[in-house]
Design a protein around this ligand. Structure first.
Ligand code: SF4
Length: 453
């Protein structure tokens, strides 16, 4: 997992996009911009239990590119190793065609709305050529209205690094790079099965720092055989490139991965907790404050795209296995695209990229909101709940009071924010907002599988 950002090009300007869906007969006239008709408009009785949006939340675009050089043994993302006989040039040509077809077919669900960020994730998007990324971004600009200060992030991996390639991404309009370094220690990189070595990681980080004003480095800790001094060296090496943003993840053994079947020896819980404390202390001393469970940033460098996820904003997800969440006038829907690249290619080119779509049950919306919002160390303004869920605060008011009484949420009526205790036991704090245990497990599984917030 990686990303890039930068900014030699001016931000993308809003473009007019295609004619309104109504004009081409896809939808009846909708009373509010970008929103399909309400239940009432099509003759159903008004229901006070449905969400109601005057304006939908901010909209992001996630684009999934599913290929990697090799599958890492801990990875449970929808990523697929390239085969020796894969022709990357032909593959990227067809895949970008499929993404454009997917986007075209999705336009009626987001018509009239402005996209505030684009995140090209994977997989290893930097396997694609700058020409393919340029073609993709040109197609997006021609079809969607884009915010003037658009953030365009691309994930890149050091194993696919060439300076000219990074320059090409920047010229295509990428203005933030996220680089999947994971460690600067050859032994750690080998232990977690990464294709790159420490020298490549350093070279890629140095180029990211030179070419992009905004860039992120991904690091991992609690790696097999890792020590506290080893982690300290990794952090100091990362800081030597002066990144504005660091994502630091605790290695976990996810089901259906090679590591789950053949677990490596990992640091015990006490050492892992010490490592977490060390990460926070070292990064805070360097001016990068923790603003989310795994994210640290200098002022002005927070990931706008990920913040939108955590604030329960909307996102259209295109690409193999991509998830999306969209607020319509009186409901919230979730979509999942076909997961396997070959199936996705075929389906998307036929205008049928979405494999599953369902409406989020009203009873689950409060839990989903808190599941995301409480990951933010500063929480969110209380009024955001109504704006981004379309529901009254009363839906979660009693549970908020219980969480405050138990010391898990701050007693500030203006903010929904976990206390240090609530953040330490985040799963339990979030789970308070869903009483139904069976549903809780199902939703946790589904949301954890979503694009990385
Ligand atoms: S490079 Fe990233 S997405 Fe690809 S297999 Fe490794 S961890 Fe997964």
């Amino acid at each position: 997992m990686t990303t890039v950002s930068g900014g030699s090009r001016p931000p993308s300007t809003p473009t007019p996009g295609p004619p309104p869906a109504q004009a081409i007969g896809l939808l009846p006239s909708a009373p509010a911009i970008g929103l399909p008709p309400s239940a009432q408009a099509i003759g159903l009785p008004p229901s006070p239990t449905r969400p109601r949006f005057e304006q939908p939340p901010p909209l992001s675009l996630y684009v999934h590119l599913p290929w990697c050089l090799r599958k890492c043994p801990y990875c449970d993302f929808n990523s697929h190793a390239l085969r020796a006989d894969d022709d990357v040039g032909a593959l990227e040509l067809r895949y970008v065609d499929a993404l454009v077809a997917d986007l075209e077919a999705s336009l009626p669900t987001v018509w009239g709305r402005t996209v505030t960020s684009i995140f090209i994730g994977g997989g290893t998007p930097s396997l694609f050529s700058p020409e393919a990324i340029d073609r993709l971004l040109v197609a997006i600009r021609a079809r969607l209205a884009l915010a003037p200060a658009l953030e365009v992030t691309l994930e890149a991996n050091p194993g696919t690094f060439e300076r000219e390639r990074f320059e090409g991404f920047r010229a295509a309009g990428v203005n933030r790079l996220s680089l999947g370094v994971q460690s600067f220690d050859d032994r750690m990189l080998a232990a977690i099965g990464r294709v790159h070595d420490a020298g490549q990681a350093r070279a890629a980080a140095a180029s990211a720092a030179t070419l992009f004003e905004r860039f992120n480095l991904d690091l991992m800790f609690a790696l097999p055989g890792q020590t506290l001094p080893g982690l300290q060296t990794d952090l100091e090496t990362a800081l030597s490139f002066a990144p504005g943003h660091l994502s630091v993840y605790h290695l976990t053994l996810e089901p259906n991965t090679l590591f789950a079947r053949f677990p490596p020896p990992l640091p015990d819980d006490d050492l892992a907790a010490e490592m977490q404390d060390r990460v926070e202390a070292v990064l805070a001393a360097a001016g990068l404050s923790r603003y989310e469970v795994s994210a640290y940033a200098r002022a002005g460098q927070r990931s706008r795209h990920n913040l939108n996820y955590w604030q329960y904003g909307d996102y259209l997800g295109i690409g193999a296995g991509a998830h999306g969440k969209l607020s319509l006038q009186d409901r919230i829907i979730r979509q999942v695209r076909w997961k396997h690249p070959a199936r996705y290619l075929e389906a998307a080119l036929a205008g049928q990229a979405v494999e599953q779509e369902h409406e989020v049950a009203v009873g689950d919306v409060g839990f989903e909101f808190m599941l995301n919002a409480l990951r933010l160390v500063d929480g969110v303004p209380t009024e955001l709940f109504g704006r981004h869920t379309g529901l009254p605060f009363a839906r979660i008011g009693a549970t908020v009071s219980r969480a405050v009484a138990r010391g898990l949420l701050e007693p500030d009526p203006q903010r929904l924010q976990a206390t240090p205790l609530g953040l330490r036991f985040l799963n339990d704090t979030q789970a308070l907002f869903l009483a139904d245990e069976a549903k809780k497990s199902a939703i946790m599984v589904q949301l954890v599988a979503e694009p990385p917030p």
